[in-house]
Design a binder for this molecule. Structure first.
Ligand SMILES: *Cc1c(COP(=O)(O)O)cnc(C)c1O
Ligand code: SF4
Length: 363
């Protein structure tokens, strides 16, 4: 057991059995800035900062994710992803909804931006709230309609839209829902003939890996073809527990892919990104996207510029296994799709000049 786990463990005085139970992890999330400050022995002024930021954007950290923090490092990458920061509320000029998702919702919380795919926001709740989340505007919104009505309306719209062949179940984190709710949703979607593919977007393997249980895998297995996308952002998140969670999904025949967000001071260096991508390849998780951080309100301090991202990705493209390369993309409002920030087209200009005689042969 690592020492951090022990300290949270002692504080909450729990057993290993509790620790590996996702309901326990969820129930014991750190949600009060005061408790977080106590755990860290923070000085009064830091305490007040945590409080102010968490009043605008709620705080939640599972004991498991908290246990990954190295407290001797002030800039710990796990800490930065989950601790409220005053910088979140000092930003005034960025939009809440930069991708204009809210204007692409034919029924509440169903985003239909691309003709053949839609994205169902099935809950606003997450096991751990990521401070860089581009949907943080939803966190404190209390649902106006019941879960049942919300899901029924979505299913009705999808049934009546034959162009939709893929449904992305997202949130919030859909794996904060109970098994029977998820199962009912998956079975309903599967009964729609034109829905060929399902996708789940969840950070559970990273922030609450005990959520991936045998029962859940059985439910997901029956809903195949189902693709699972998660979000590892830093190599420290690749642990025996998260690897085990991914492996259970893989053994159930569910491909696991990863969508990282490029985060300043967390993973915007070639070294860290390379370790992350190789770490993912080692646990058979396919890097899919690296998102340029959206200009969403409350996330501005995580943003790097595209040039830094392109430079880093060019290094990685030149150094790393092709299987470990994600597509670096920029999401934009509207229906164009995510725009690939094509490192190759930039790099290839140099290569083209170097290998001109070679290319000339194939004209
Ligand atoms: C990202 C996204 C998708 C999925 O896009 P892919 O490029 O297929 O991964 C679908 N719908 C919405 C609204 C999205 O934001
Ligand atoms: S798990 Fe996803 S939806 Fe939830 S806070 Fe993190 S990025 Fe946002």
């Amino acid at each position: 057991m690592n020492p951090n786990k022990k300290s949270v463990f002692r504080l909450i005085n729990t057993s290993d059995q509790n620790w590996s139970d996702w309901h326990w992890q969820f129930k014991n999330r750190i949600t009060k800035p005061g408790i977080l400050a106590n755990l860290l022995h923070e000085p009064a002024e830091k305490r007040e900062e945590l409080q102010r930021a968490a009043t605008v954007y709620p705080l939640a950290i599972t004991p498991y994710y908290f246990s990954l923090i190295n407290h001797t490092n002030e800039n710990d990458p796990i800490k930065k992803q989950c601790f409220p920061d005053l910088l979140e509320i000092l930003q005034t000029c960025t939009p809440e909804d930069p991708l204009e998702e809210d204007s692409h919702m034919p029924v509440p919380k169903l985003v239909h931006r691309y003709p053949d795919r839609c994205l169902a926001i099935v809950t606003e709740i997450c096991a751990t709230y990521c401070r860089h989340c581009n949907r943080k505007r939803f966190w404190s919104s209390s649902p106006q309609i019941s879960m049942k009505t919300r899901l029924t309306n979505m299913i009705r719209y999808i049934s009546a839209s034959p162009q939709i062949r893929e449904v992305i179940i997202s949130g919030g984190d859909p794996l904060t829902l109970e098994d029977h709710v998820l199962e009912e949703l998956l079975v309903s979607l599967r009964s729609i003939p034109h829905v060929e593919v399902l996708r789940i977007g969840s950070r559970a393997p990273v922030v609450m890996p005990m959520r991936i249980t045998k029962d859940l895998c059985r439910i997901l297995k029956r809903a195949r073809p189902l693709w699972f996308n998660t979000q590892f952002n830093h190599p420290h998140e690749i642990t025996p527990d998260s690897a085990r969670a991914c492996n259970m999904l893989l053994e159930a025949g569910i491909p696991v892919s990863n969508q990282s967000v490029l985060l300043g001071g967390i993973n915007d260096s070639t070294e860290v990104m390379k370790n992350l991508l190789y770490g993912l390849q080692n646990i058979s998780v396919r890097p899919y996207y690296l998102f340029h951080c959206d200009p969403a309100k409350g996330c501005e301090h995580f943003r790097t510029d595209v040039k830094t991202g392109m430079g880093m990705m060019e290094n990685i493209w030149r150094q790393c296994s092709g299987l470990s390369l994600p597509q670096y993309v920029l999401d934009v409002p509207g229906s164009t799709g995510k725009i690939p920030l094509n490192v190759m087209s930039r790099a290839i200009k140099k290569d083209l000049q170097k290998h001109q005689h070679f290319f000339d042969k194939f004209k």
